[in-house]
Design a protein around this ligand. Structure first.
Ligand SMILES: [Zn+2]
Length: 281
């Protein structure tokens, strides 16, 4: 099943999304870059290799196996009621996204998990390649939480695979440095996480990083009031203030980072006041 869904459809979709976003973000740039594009591509891809291998050969097989086991056990929310297949699919898809919103908050709030997620946030620019910059330790840890979510929701193997493809595509999209027409993005953002919204999550200002945790659907942040949209993109400095020296952010150091002494986030100046729900250019 993994081969027939993820490898046959997922891999080409993700590859096509990457190429399209890579071209568009060069042509229609949203935020100014502070680092050479090719240097970052190199770093982000090397860092992503172990994560990619673990995703395909450990994470996805475990999630699908759990979903199959769950079909035998009839455990989990979706096995507790009778409804059409499409409705159960939609419920599982939406709840999987909700579980990832919670997981993302835990990555920021639990000091042990922040050690790993920090590697992703140390990128000094934000573009489609940042979507791959994850420490493999974060992926291993996520197996437990996201596996539990699959069981509790009672997600079928097909939903698990389709959600994973959507999750990876959305991650590439909202990390991209692509400037969408403002009005279009504003409408799109009512339902989905967009590049301007996620850009604020990568700001060096702590209160801005502590917002916009959603992955696919943006409404989780609105429901939980963790949304912050009222920041102009040209005011955003991407990164973590205590890890801002690019000479320090080498491939070796990034892979070792979770196992080193983690620096405390240096307080930065206040944030914009006003309507947090209003997306700014
Ligand atoms: Zn984050």
């Amino acid at each position: 099943m993994i081969k027939s869904i993820f490898d046959t459809y997922g891999a080409p979709i993700l590859m096509a999304a990457f190429i399209i976003l890579f071209i568009l973000e060069k042509k229609f740039q949203l935020r100014r870059r502070v680092q050479s594009r090719w240097q970052r591509i190199f770093i982000n891809f090397i860092v992503s290799i172990p994560s990619f291998a673990l995703l395909r050969f450990l994470f996805i097989p475990i999630m699908v196996w759990l979903a199959f086991k769950n079909q035998q056990w009839h455990f989990g929310l979706n096995y507790l009621y009778i409804a059409p297949v499409w409705l159960k699919f939609a419920v599982a898809f939406i709840l999987l996204d909700y579980s990832n919103y919670i997981w993302h908050i835990l990555l920021h709030k639990l000091p042990f998990m922040w050690r790993f997620h920090l590697v992703h946030h140390t990128d000094l620019d934000l573009d489609v390649t940042t979507a791959f910059r994850f420490h493999f330790g974060e992926l291993i840890a996520s197996v437990f939480f996201r596996g539990a979510a699959v069981i509790l929701i009672g997600a079928s193997p097909v939903v698990v695979l389709v959600y994973e493809i959507a999750f990876e595509t959305a991650t590439q999209f909202h990390h991209s440095n692509m400037k969408l027409p403002f009005r279009f993005e504003k409408i799109l953002n009512l339902l989905f996480v967009t590049p301007r919204m996620h850009g604020i999550h990568h700001s060096i200002v702590k209160q801005e990083t502590d917002s916009n945790f959603s992955i696919i659907f943006s409404f989780w942040d609105r429901i939980h009031q963790t949304v912050r949209l009222n920041i102009h993109q040209d005011k955003i400095i991407v990164g973590v203030p205590v890890y801002a020296d690019k000479n320090e952010l080498t491939i070796g150091n990034l892979l070792k980072l979770p196992f080193s002494k983690i620096r405390k986030w240096k307080e930065s100046e206040g944030v914009e006041e006003g309507n947090k729900n209003e997306l700014k250019r």
